[in-house]
Structure formats: structure tokens, C-alpha cells
Write a protein that binds this ligand. Structure first.
Ligand code: UDP
Length: 316
């Protein structure tokens, strides 16, 4: 198949491109490198991979053969980054999603939106099911991401309902793995980098807030399965193994081989208290469950980091 993917130089985008190439597809990647890394494009070099540097908020240039799929993954996703670039984040999910939907319509291609567990905000129900309407501040510091993803989902459903577009929406929960930016700012990368450098781990708030972390390979399996199923509503993909931030810190310390020193910092505003996916739908629809537990995933990540010399340099 011919597949165009926005955000191809991002963390998840890079992993997805690699898997699509392994399956024999022709892939066109697009990225403006605001969050993605040129090193990812370099690593993906392949006769069936083409790359265009472009800003999908403005235009999505493509002149190749008819596309079968447009996968819209472009967006800043780390709270530290999207709060530094709130307008860009809103726009890539608003105008960017529209550009990608229009390109898919021109080609009669199927469109996939990478949405987020952030649409649930600081959830009232636990775990989060797809029919949860969310508890989101539309003006808070996270709103540039949460509300943008909610709008992107609404736009996708409007194209599906009124224009008959073939669409998919995936709500991605916290995901980690190799090749994240060292300065990503999210908790897993930050703790791993800090632990490898022998620095204290920065715990925000009391560390009793929870998250559920999935290894990137499990997510990619779920995404590929969703592409094969004509279901248009949102689907959660995440690992239901829920841990507190303190438990994560202890586990990372354990694996690095030294009891972690903790440095407590203030909890950022609107930081969700709990997060855990209900994956009943993905299990039924896609016959999918995550296979890699947190300990195993962190071991794999640490092995990669050590092999590539990660943690030696201070995160910027
Ligand atoms: N967090 C932390 N220390 C860090 C970075 C994050 O304690 O150095 C906390 C953060 O406050 C949140 C959780 O870890 O409660 C997950 O944060 P992350 O930025 O990874 O993603 P989020 O799930 O909030 O989008």
C-alpha cells in the first residue's frame, strides 16, 4: 500500500514507519521537526521511504501515486513541549488534521487520527472507557493539547458522517520506548536519563498520581490491527498496568541498580490524578492486549539507552 504519515520523525511516527516498511509498504513521511528529530529520518532510510519536510498546519504537499492511507500523527505530545508551543499544538491538531483529512479525501484514502487519553482530562470515572465524555479545562495550561485533540476527533467524525470518509480514531495512553528525545520531558524518559546519570529523580507533587505505561511495540501492534478493522469510533490503546509516579521512580532505580534519590517539585496545574485505559473494546474488536509489562519494557529501554550512551549528556 501507499501510506502517508505526518509526524514521521516523532517517537511513535518513527516506530510506525519502521514497521510499515517491514511489512512491504511504500511510505511517505512528513515532519517539520518542531518535535521530531532529523536522526529519526536518517535511521529510517529505505528505498520505499520518502521524506518531505513540511508544516502540515500550512500545507501537506504530496504528488506521488494514489494513497491508500493518511495517518495523522503530527503533534507535540509532551506537556513540557506543548505548553511551550501552545499555538503550534492547537494548529497542528486543527488545521493540520483538516489538511490531512482533505488529502485523504482527494485520494479516496482511509484516514487515521492519533488522538490521546488526554481527551479524558482529569477523569471522573476510572478506568477510562471510550464513552467517558471527559473532564477537561478548556482554558487551563493543558487545554492547547486536550481541546485540540477533542476538536480533531470531532472534525474526523464530521468528515466521516457528512462526507462518507473512511476513518479511524485511536486514543493513545502514555507510551514509552527507545528513540524518544532525551529532553522529551515526560516522566519515563526523564527518570531513565536521571537515573543513568546518578541524579535525583524529579517527582512532581506527592508522586501518588497514577499513569499506565505501554511499551511502544504494543501500541504499534494495536495501530496495525485497527487499520484492518472498519470501526469509526474512538478506540483506547494502552496498558492497564497502573502505577503511581513514586512506584515508577522506585522501579527505575531498582533496574539501574541504586535506590533512587527523590527530589520533590510542585505538581503542575491540571495534572490528571489518575489514568488507566479500559481496553475492553480493543480486546473485543482487535483481539489485542499489550504483551510487554512495565518491568520488561523498562529493561528493554535501559538496555537500548546504555547501548547508545544515553544519560551521559544533560537533558536540555
Ligand atoms: N512527572 C514527574 N516528574 C517528571 C515528569 C513528570 O513526576 O520529571 C509526573 C507528571 O506530573 C505526571 C506524570 O509524571 O503526573 C506523567 O507525566 P508525563 O509528562 O509523562 O505525561 P502526562 O501523562 O502528564 O501527559
Amino acid at each position: 500500500m501507499n501510506i502517508l504519515i505526518t509526524g514521521s520523525a516523532g517517537f511513535i511516527g518513527g516506530h510506525l514507519v519502521r514497521r510499515l516498511l517491514e511489512q512491504g509498504h511504500h511510505v511517505t513521511g512528513v515532519d517539520n521537526y518542531i518535535g521530531g528529530q532529523p536522526a529519526t529520518t536518517e535511521r529510517l532510510r529505505h528505498p520505499r521511504f520518502q521524506f518531505t519536510e513540511a508544516d502540515v498546519r500550512v500545507a501537506l504537499p504530496y504528488s506521488g501515486p494514489r494513497l491508500d492511507w493518511v495517518l495523522h500523527l503530527a503533534s507535540l505530545a509532551s506537556p513540557a513541549h506543548y505548553q511551550r508551543f501552545p499555538l503550534e499544538t492547537l494548529q497542528v491538531n486543527a488545521q493540520g488534521t483538516q489538511q490531512a483529512l482533505e488529502l485523504a479525501a482527494q485520494h479516496g484514502a482511509t484516514f487515521l487520527l492519533a488522538s490521546s487519553s488526554e481527551v479524558y482530562g482529569d477523569p471522573l470515572a476510572h478506568p477510562q472507557r471510550e464513552d467517558d465524555r471527559g473532564h477537561v479545562s478548556c482554558t487551563g495550561p493543558r487545554s492547547c493539547y486536550d481541546e485540540a485533540k477533542r476538536y480533531a476527533e470531532a472534525l474526523t467524525m464530521a468528515y466521516h458522517r457528512t462526507r462518507g470518509a473512511e476513518t479511524r480514531i485511536v486514543r493513545i495512553f502514555n507510551t514509552y520506548g527507545p528513540h524518544m528525545r532525551p529532553d522529551d520531558g515526560r516522566v519515563v524518559t526523564t527518570f531513565v536519563q536521571q537515573a543513568l546519570r546518578g541524579e535525583p529523580l524529579t517527582v512532581y507533587g506527592d508522586g501518588e498520581q497514577t499513569r499506565s505505561f505501554q511499551y511502544v511495540d504494543d501500541l504499534i501492534d494495536g495501530l496495525l490491527r485497527l487499520m484492518a478493522v472498519p470501526y469509526h469510533g474512538p478506540v483506547n490503546l494502552g496498558n492497564p498496568e497502573e502505577v503511581t509516579v513514586l512506584e515508577l521512580a522506585r522501579l527505575v532505580g531498582d533496574l539501574v541498580g541504586s535506590p533512587p534519590q527523590l527530589e520533590y517539585r510542585p505538581l503542575p496545574p491540571d495534572d490528571p490524578r489518575r489514568r488507566q485505559p479500559d481496553i475492553t473494546l480493543a480486546r473485543r474488536l482487535l483481539d489485542w492486549v499489550p504483551r510487554i509489562g512495565l518491568r520488561e519494557g523498562l529493561e528493554r529501554l535501559l538496555a537500548e539507552e546504555r547501548a547508545s550512551g544515553g544519560g551521559r549528556h544533560a537533558a536540555s
